[in-house]
Design a protein around this ligand. Structure first.
Ligand code: UGA
Ligand code: MN
Length: 243
């Protein structure tokens, strides 16, 4: 199967650094298609060029802007971009294609082993995520090969207490649930993953990966905001260099 990684991304000082780091991982993967979705009204030259020189052989560049009213602290991020990625997959792939869909945010850290694990996903696979949920890691608790609960510090009452980086979905499941999307209306912040998974699977049928969910192969790293206090305001005499 081909892995389809749907990555929402938005313009900010660290964007090129983040995408460079991701490309350095993704270009090492066989049978991989990168669906990069810009949070923007247009495709940016930065992303177009970065993809062209990324070494990732198979990719799609999409864009959709987040409505301004949703760009507020405390609200879910990248809902529209992930849905745009899902729409592309549903329009451009069919049941003849064998694939696995993964939502890969642009700031996380991904091991290569993670992709080996997720490639064999019959329906929906799950695994631990490092540095998230107010703990060193979150993980699905596994008994006799099935998920029976969640180890997390944050809202353990979530039906699927898992970060976006902690699951992958077989393409067949995405195609056979065409109505399954990320929701703003119904989803409180932090509930997008759980509300999406509810639409396509049950806890009972989740497939635990990474040695029965005992290994951390992906980290929910977050990049510090760049400090630009000394950035010149009037840029006479300063040549423009893309960062
Ligand atoms: C956590 C989860 O790991 C995310 O999957 C979830 O979307 C997010 O919470 C949420 O609150 O909705 P966090 O590290 O707090 O993630 O969020 P970011 O990494 O800042 O954003 C997630 C993704 O959305 C990134 O790929 C980022 O580039 C993208 N994004 C963020 C946009 O496309 N537009 C924005 O305005 C902000
Ligand atoms: Mn993040």
């Amino acid at each position: 199967p081909t892995i389809y990684a749907i990555t929402p991304t938005y313009s900010r000082p660290v964007q090129k650094a983040e995408l460079t780091r991701l490309a350095n991982t993704f270009r090492q993967l066989p049978r991989f298609h990168w669906v990069l979705v810009e949070d923007s009204a247009f495709r940016s030259r930065l992303v177009t060029e970065l993809l062209a020189h990324s070494g990732v052989l198979s990719y799609t560049q999409l864009h959709v802007p987040t409505p301004r009213r949703y760009k507020r602290p405390g609200l879910s991020r990248a809902t529209e971009q992930r849905n745009e990625g899902l729409r592309w997959v549903r329009r451009n792939r069919s049941l003849r294609n064998s694939g696995v869909v993964y939502f890969a945010d642009d700031d996380n850290t991904y091991s290569l082993e993670l992709f080996q694990e997720m490639r064999l996903t019959h329906k929906v696979s799950v695994w631990p995520v490092g540095l998230v949920g107010g703990r060193r890691y979150e993980r699905p608790i596994v008994k006799e090969g099935h998920v029976v609960g969640w180890y997390t510090g944050w809202r353990p009452d979530r039906p699927f207490a898992i970060d976006m980086a902690g699951f992958a979905v077989n393409l067949k499941v995405i195609l056979s649930h065409p109505e399954a999307v990320f929701k703003r209306g119904g989803s409180q912040p932090g509930m997008q993953e759980s509300d999406f998974l509810k639409q396509i699977t049950t806890v009972q049928e989740l497939e635990p990966k990474a040695a029965n969910c005992t290994k951390v192969l992906v980290w929910h790293t977050r990049t510090e905001k760049a400090n630009l206090v000394y950035e010149p305001k009037h840029n006479q005499d300063v040549i423009h260099i893309e960062v």
